[in-house]
Design a protein around this ligand. Structure first.
Ligand code: ITT
Length: 190
């Protein structure tokens, strides 16, 4: 059983995601407990489908209530690539691979998208967050993870990797989706 009725589990293999989620959810008095999940993911071009599938798997084998999150970087000039394949592409091509793909193309618009899927014994619900911005050709910063060093949110000058976790949490796709989740969760678990 969760430690209090305001505790939820987060199944992820990514400690950075967990740390970001913990910081957001603590503002809502929701305690989050990390459960390491295996990196078996379905391939789909739809983040929501991936998140729902991961959630159903987690509900089979883990405790509840539980959340999972699926996210990706969608680069406009690459027609949305790497998108749902971001995790794999980051592991294989890496940041340099994305830079190589975009360096001779025009247009730097990109967005990060996140889908948080929540489930308990009676229901499943998803929440989405998007942050628009641009990708750059020279990585900057050492904070965060993944594609953070090449993404600058719209209207700002620094990459996510040049921000503290708290600053990133003001703007990020994950923070938007998690805040939506938290508002709903508190509203329906009073
Ligand atoms: P899970 O175990 O939770 O699935 P993961 O890292 O594999 O962790 P995803 O499947 O959602 O997560 O893959 C998303 C990839 O997209 C991630 O590995 C990063 O390369 C990139 N990404 C997603 N959100 C990001 C963020 O906030 N900053 C930088 N890169 C991000």
């Amino acid at each position: 059983m969760p430690e209090s009725n305001r505790s939820i589990y987060f199944a992820t293999g990514n400690k950075h995601k967990f740390d970001e989620a913990k910081d957001i959810l603590k503002n809502y008095n929701i305690k989050v407990i990390m459960i390491r999940k295996k990196a078996e993911e379905i391939q789909s071009d739809d983040l929501k489908k991936i998140a729902r599938h991961a959630l159903l798997k987690a509900l089979e084998s883990c405790k509840s209530p539980i959340i999972v999150e699926d996210a990706g970087l969608f680069v406009k000039t690459l027609k949305g690539f790497p998108g749902p394949y971001s995790s794999y592409v980051h592991r294989t091509l890496g940041i340099d691979g994305i830079i190589e793909l975009i360096k001779n193309k025009s247009g730097r618009e990109a967005e990060f998208r996140s889908v948080v899927a929540y489930g308990d014994s009676s229901m499943i619900k998803t929440f989405e967050g998007v942050v628009k911005g641009m990708v750059i050709l020279r990585p900057r910063g050492i904070s965060g993870f993944g594609f953070d060093p090449i993404f600058i949110p719209r209207g700002l000058r620094r990459t996510f990797a040049e921000m503290t976790l708290k600053e990133k949490n003001k703007y990020s796709h994950r923070a938007i989706a998690l805040r939506e989740f938290a508002e709903w969760y508190l509203g329906s678990h009073l």
